[in-house]
Design a protein around this ligand. Structure first.
Ligand code: ZN
Length: 263
């Protein structure tokens, strides 16, 4: 997740993937984590009414997680990664950027990549998770959709479950990856999109999450692994003014994850 997002604008509505690629039509306030955003209680009814969904070992031969920045995989899909590892489904995390532009710090990209490796060890202590490091430029993925598509084609195969950020999450890197994933050109692949920023700014009753979301409960083991993995991201969560304040990371302590299934 990139910290410098003051210029982010988002569409007023986000009801489905049909509109992917369209420019936002309504100027909107920047995503500002200095305030608490959409309150938890506003999501509660929407989330509780969603159908449940889970990994299917008879169908999902592998899980491929597309992560624009180190921490996205844990925030959005850490429970699913841990759950897959628990039941012996191999996981590939495609780490598209090192998140080096979150703030100015020499070696930040290396630091964040190391955090990712630590987080994976927490998510899957027994192994079974590999990382593909792409080192694309943080903050520039919207202009590199062809490259992202080529990476997906290189690493995704039939029988995979692909997890990617929501196509209208509100961060340009996330949106770009979600949009490309939703249009993936590999047969017999399931694609689900995970929200991150959307929790902060979507209006729950009109969000694509309410329309097409699925609730994926975590086992206690997976939930504990996700919590431990989140602690690995000190570059984002600690300091006087953390990129990800506690009121935001707290959204990811629920005993379930949410996905929007697009195919
Ligand atoms: Zn991110």
């Amino acid at each position: 997740m990139r910290g410098v997002i003051s210029s982010v604008r988002f569409a007023a509505r986000c009801l489905g993937v049909e509109g992917r690629g369209q420019e936002p039509t309504v100027p909107a306030p920047a995503i500002d984590l200095s305030h608490t955003g959409t309150p938890e209680h506003a999501w509660r009814d929407v989330v509780s009414s969603l159908p449940s969904w889970s990994l299917d070992p008879s169908r999902h031969l592998r899980v491929v997680v597309l992560a624009p920045h180190p921490d996205d995989e844990t925030l959005g899909a850490g429970g699913l990664i841990a759950g897959a590892a628990e039941i012996g489904i191999d996981v590939v995390i495609v780490s598209l950027t090192d998140g080096e532009a979150a703030f100015v710090e020499v070696g930040l990209g290396e630091r964040r990549h190391a955090e990712l490796r630590d987080a994976v060890r927490r998510l899957a202590p027994g192994g079974g998770v590999s990382i593909v490091r792409c080192e694309l430029p943080d903050g520039d993925l919207a202009d590199r959709k062809d490259t992202i598509a080529a990476i997906i084609n290189d690493h995704v195969r039939s029988g995979d479950l692909v997890l990617a950020p929501l196509h209208c999450d509100g961060h340009p890197d996330h949106d770009a990856v979600g949009q490309v994933a939703a249009a993936i050109d590999v047969p017999d692949v399931d694609v689900c999109l995970y929200p991150i920023w959307a929790w902060h700014w979507h209006e729950p009753t009109v969000s694509v999450i309410a329309v097409s979301g699925r609730r994926s409960p975590m086992t206690a083991t997976a939930a504990a692994a996700k919590a431990a993995a989140l602690l690995c991201y000190g570059s984002q969560t600690t300091g006087d003014a953390p990129i990800l304040p506690a009121h935001f990371t707290g959204r990811f302590e629920s005993p379930y994850e949410l996905v929007v299934r697009v195919r």
